[in-house]
Ligand binder design. Structure first.
Ligand code: P6P
Length: 339
């Protein structure tokens, strides 16, 4: 029989014993993400043809115009997770408060919480640029059988049991980790099956791509300005190449394959940064670290931050280990030179 790539389902079965908790539970979570990804992928690919593109007219908690696909993707992922009867709570960028999920027997016996950005980069939809779904999975820390509480969501990123993203690009992929490396699966839309296409994804230690919105340069901290001048100087392996899609999942996915650093720093316009700790930075940090990279707020490890609010924002530096380390050096030196 001809050799073929493993399917996502086969991969989950083969690796579920490596999952630190009950094997079947993780499978049910990843399987629900897989189904929801296929449903959203269908709509994202049709976005230009049906009246689903463009702002839904409402604003989310971030004060950003909700695109109709945001609303649609949020509903699909939430409903699919609820139907799998495996999560006790869900938090989403699109929902001001977390969602308490009861079992069909009105119990609260499910053990996991999922936090997600259902459609990140959605402002790119109507210009046909890749967008993504980001998800983060934790075991609840409050007693099983009781309703989920905010403490179950405000856990440091180091407590994540799984994290991943779906990228709706020239092809649709699921990339995820359970703490044993990072693997990428590409959808064959003809048969609706994800195949293992990128086993053991790894960041190169060094890279020559930097991803940042330089339009905000005048508002950046001095350490970021100094690092950008370093990237653009004519020394050693520089100047680096600037690549910025404006879609977090796409920029980090490209940098993981080609090497590079993504930075969304604080600025006078965004004093805490723009990206959200719980459902953007922590899951991407788990993936980046599992792929041998580094994820920082410019001074310390993102995943060690103790969250205080569901939608809190942090500055985000992530990618090739040595590039992030160099950026941290510039941040540190600029901080010292202020005093
Ligand atoms: P800016 C998309 O809105 C997003 O959250 C990330 O996907 C992306 O990297 C960033 O914001 C882009 O922000 O301010 O550069 O347009």
């Amino acid at each position: 029989m001809e050799e073929r790539n493993k399917t996502l389902g086969e991969f989950i079965i083969e690796n579920q014993n490596a999952f630190q908790y009950s094997s079947g539970e993780l499978s049910r979570i990843i399987n629900s993400i897989r189904l929801a990804a296929k449903v959203v992928n269908y709509k994202v690919n049709k976005a230009g043809l049906v009246d689903i593109v463009g702002a839904a007219g409402e604003q989310n908690i971030q004060g950003e115009d909700q695109q109709k696909l945001d609303v649609y993707a949020n509903e699909v992922f939430i409903q699919t997770l609820i139907n799998r009867e495996i999560v006790c709570g869900i938090a989403s960028e699109e929902n001001d408060e977390f969602i308490t999920v009861e079992g069909s027997d009105n119990s609260h016996n499910n053990k996991y919480v999922v936090l997600m950005d259902p459609l990140d980069g959605s402002s790119n939809i109507d210009v046909n640029v890749s967008v993504g779904t980001i998800f983060s999975v934790y075991r609840r820390i409050t007693p099983i059988g009781t309703p989920v509480t905010i403490e179950d969501f405000l856990q440091p990123g180091t407590n994540q049991v799984a994290a991943g993203y779906v990228i709706y690009g020239t092809s649709t992929m699921i990339v995820y980790t359970t703490g044993h490396g990072v693997n990428g699966f590409t959808l064959n839309p003809a048969i609706g099956t994800f195949y293992l296409s990128h086993p053991s994804m790894q960041f190169s230690e060094d890279g020559n791509i930097y991803s940042i919105n330089e339009g905000n340069y005048v508002h950046f901290p001095q350490g970021v300005k100094n690092y950008l001048k370093y990237c653009q100087s004519e020394e050693g392996d520089r100047p680096y190449t600037s690549r910025y899609i404006g879609s977090l999942v796409s920029d980090i996915h490209r940098n993981m394959i080609k090497g590079g650093i993504y930075i969304y720093p604080t600025s006078s316009k965004a004093p805490k940064g723009k990206l959200r700790l719980l459902y953007e930075c922590n899951p991407m940090a788990f993936i980046v670290e599992q792929a041998g990279g580094k994820a920082s707020d410019g001074f310390g490890r993102i995943m060690e931050i103790q969250p205080t609010e569901l939608h809190e924002r942090v500055p985000f530096f992530c990618g090739s280990y040595n590039m992030v380390e160099k950026a941290e050096e510039f941040m540190h030196d600029a901080k010292l030179s202020k005093y």
